[in-house]
Write a protein that binds this ligand. Sequence first.
Ligand SMILES: *[C@@H]1O[C@H](CO)[C@@H](O)[C@H](O)[C@H]1NC(C)=O
Ligand SMILES: *[C@@H]1O[C@H](CO)[C@@H](O)[C@H](O)[C@H]1NC(C)=O
Ligand SMILES: *[C@@H]1O[C@H](CO)[C@@H](O)[C@H](O)[C@H]1NC(C)=O
Ligand SMILES: *[C@@H]1O[C@H](CO)[C@@H](O)[C@H](O)[C@H]1NC(C)=O
Ligand SMILES: *[C@@H]1O[C@H](CO)[C@@H](O)[C@H](O)[C@H]1NC(C)=O
Ligand SMILES: *[C@@H]1O[C@H](CO)[C@@H](O)[C@H](O)[C@H]1NC(C)=O
Length: 382
Amino acid sequence: MRMADFSHSGCFFVLCFLFSGQNLQTLGVSVGINYGQIANDLPTPTAVARLIQTINISRIKLYDANPDILTAFQRSGVDFIIAIGNENVVNMMDFTKAQEWLKKNVQPYINQTRITCITVGNEVLTGNDTGLMANLLPAMQSVYQALVALGLDRLVNVSTAHSVGILGNSFPPSSGFFRQDLAEYIQPLLNFHAEINSPFLINAYPFFAYKENPQSVSLEYVLFETNPGVTDPNTNLTYDNMLYAQIDSVYAAVRAMGHTDIDVAISETGWPSKGDSDEIGATLQNAATYNRNLMSRIAMNQGTPMNPSVPINVYVFALFNENLKPGPTSERNYGLFYPDATPVYDISLLGGQPFSSPSSFSTNLTAWNALGILILLIAILI
Ligand SMILES: *[C@@H]1O[C@H](CO)[C@@H](O)[C@H](O)[C@H]1NC(C)=O
Ligand SMILES: *[C@@H]1O[C@H](CO)[C@@H](O)[C@H](O)[C@H]1NC(C)=O
Ligand SMILES: *[C@@H]1O[C@H](CO)[C@@H](O)[C@H](O)[C@H]1NC(C)=O
Ligand SMILES: *[C@@H]1O[C@H](CO)[C@@H](O)[C@H](O)[C@H]1NC(C)=O
Ligand SMILES: *[C@@H]1O[C@H](CO)[C@@H](O)[C@H](O)[C@H]1NC(C)=O
Ligand SMILES: *[C@@H]1O[C@H](CO)[C@@H](O)[C@H](O)[C@H]1NC(C)=O
């Protein structure tokens, strides 16, 4: 539901905090969110810090180490994954440069802002730069050594995020394996993850699988809606959604390389609320359903069929729609929020409380606005 009509009112910005705050707080959802900034119209980091606190999100992933953001979230209790961009991976192979990077981007902030992980590069192994692929692990090792030298290695993990495109096979999940041509990079990378106990991060978008093949991929299956599911013939485990199948196929691929000692986490997943005419499935309704259902499963501490006692660890993509992202329309429409901090869809639906349908959302908006104005008036009077 677009609320552009209200967005010019300065007051509404504040009301949105109140309004959206009502929604997730009741759930106690422990969900991470990607805070991307490829846009020229986003709220200030201070305003974002307020928004995040009202929606009770406790983990944020950045694509850089923006000092204004790390400062705005001082003592917020929010955990951060920060990033070293692909363009800087080669530099990090130099221990001195890695240490300088940490001294500039981590050390000054870490006493006040919890930085729990640094990603070195994003989707490097599915890119086309073989030099960069070869440099990835040495850069991660160098960043780790620099953390050790600064006494920060127990506070901060070192990882890198991959696309599911590194898999050569993902179905059935128990038969997952990595692309043969990437094995020379992935095997030593996994050994390193195991050695330093850091998570293996995957960006997974069931949306892409659906978009490519809407005739044969069930929409209910990709959106976590009720469906018969798919049974893995090797394990007899039934999967009722594609994301869990993807996570378990990564676990199987990791195991096929000899490791059962590495955590897999989802560093990005999401669904666009809008797309070009050929981007089947990119709708407001589907985006709301995907994220609502995902969040309620996170709130249930659900694990995957292969690891039912290990709750899924997920960072939703993304906090805001990002107007400067290149590519198809969908790329600019993954946000839970518009840049004016109004929700793109009824995120109170996350978990089904307290509003049960978009229509009750709109009728109740008036009531919430009235409440917000009342609170504002009280605040002003005090
Ligand atoms: C916020 O979420 C945490 C779990 O991450 C939960 O323990 C806490 O109670 C929630 N706070 C509110 C105000 O709902
Ligand atoms: C952070 O805290 C540690 C110990 O609590 C202290 O030694 C260090 O100087 C602090 N660093 C900064 C930048 O404040
Ligand atoms: C490699 O990928 C980048 C970004 O994805 C692209 O801009 C570039 O044209 C590609 N280069 C080649 C040789 O394909
Ligand atoms: C680092 O990752 C490991 C493996 O997932 C996890 O157990 C640990 O808590 C993480 N450390 C921090 C500081 O988050
Ligand atoms: C899966 O179920 C079938 C039929 O019930 C059974 O024959 C088979 O042994 C089971 N396989 C596993 C791995 O449990
Ligand atoms: C407002 O929402 C509540 C649930 O939170 C619902 O019971 C009530 O019917 C809604 N009011 C209107 C006018 O739709």
